[in-house]
Design a protein around this ligand. Structure first.
Ligand SMILES: Nc1nc2c(ncn2[C@@H]2O[C@H](COP(=O)(O)OP(=O)(O)O)[C@@H](O)[C@H]2O)c(=O)[nH]1
Ligand SMILES: [Mg+2]
Length: 289
């Protein structure tokens, strides 16, 4: 598993290193190097405020690269606290269409069933039949049970069914897949709030985890999405997907710096093993070498 984040950062690292040769190789005027670094960080979607924080006074440092790495390490928020053993662990996944919610749920379900756990997945994106079918495939692949109703049914009712089932069977987890259509933003947020309320009535403390899934290829757009969700729903952590296809891996820093939310997992590909726990050190070092 070690190295998957670094591998996922390949495109970002290549983009950064094109601009950073001076800094890494030495021998250039330091003001020029800082200018290059600023540009490289912006191109990697680190965002202006975070970039400015990282480079401030850097040209006076004897070993700018080490200082930069230390500064980045200080930006990552503390990790998620350990699950408290609640059973079922009710975990809701939110985010706009196409970011990778369903895929992430499938990968995580497979991880859990692979270690002997039992659980259900709730198909609460009831808007499209295709969404339910896609989840069905992941449920089969992982051996988790799918709780679904017909297309167009009330997502909160599906969530309630799923949580009740997980509770009565003493299952370990209940994953809730949600819709992400943005053109009816207001309704989507209300729908998410209703799901949250309903599962909280069925299981004490639920939802225990609400992950906002963001697509790394969308860069700063992801940050804008996050602000919208955070304004209307409770989010406990972030999942950053498609790092493998992105040269904008700096977005993780921008998000961590502004939102102060931990990143729990990183998606680095489409198959089941391509979801890895976030590792701040590997991520930081993987940006440069
Ligand atoms: N390369 C890559 N593709 C991903 C990753 N996660 C999801 N995808 C792909 O992104 C597309 C949309 O994912 P999906 O789970 O349906 O998104 P949802 O609409 O949020 O549920 C699918 O084709 C997935 O295979 C990832 O980490 N890397
Ligand atoms: Mg989906």
């Amino acid at each position: 598993m070690f190295g998957k984040i670094r591998e996922g950062l390949k495109k970002t690292r290549e983009a950064l290193s094109q601009h950073l040769q001076g800094m890494l190789g030495g021998g250039k005027d330091s003001a020029l190097l800082i200018e290059e670094l600023e540009e490289a960080l912006i191109l990697a979607d680190v965002g202006v405020p975070t970039m400015e924080k990282l480079v401030a006074g850097l040209k006076k440092e004897e070993d700018p690269k080490t200082v930069l790495v230390e500064r980045i390490m200080r930006i990552w928020p503390a990790g998620l606290s350990e699950p408290d053993g609640s059973k079922p662990w009710v975990h809701v996944f939110v985010g706009v269409n196409g970011v990778g919610k369903t895929t992430t749920i499938g990968k995580l379900a497979k991880k859990r069933t692979g270690s002997g756990q039992k659980g259900v997945i709730a198909a609460c994106d009831t808007f499209r039949a295709a969404a339910i079918e896609q989840l069905e495939v992941w449920a089969e692949r992982s051996g988790a049970e799918l709780v679904r109703q017909s297309e167009g049914s009330d997502p909160a009712a599906v969530a309630f069914d799923a949580v009740s089932k997980a509770l009565s069977r003493n299952y370990d987890f209940c994953f809730i897949d949600t819709a992400g259509r943005l053109h009816v933003k207001h309704n989507l947020m209300e729908e998410l709030q209703k799901i949250t309320r309903v599962v909280g009535k069925a299981v004490d403390g639920a939802p225990h985890q609400v992950s906002l899934v963001l697509d790394a290829t969308t860069g700063q757009n992801g940050l804008a999405q996050a602000r919208e969700f955070l304004a209307r729903t409770r989010v406990t952590d972030l999942v950053l997907t498609k790092l493998d296809g992105s040269a904008k891996g700096g977005i993780a820093l921008s998000i961590a710096d502004e939102l102060r939310l931990p990143i729990s997992y990183v998606g680095v590909g489409e198959s089941v093993e391509d979801l890895v726990p976030f590792d701040s050190r590997e991520y930081t070092l993987g940006l440069f070498s």
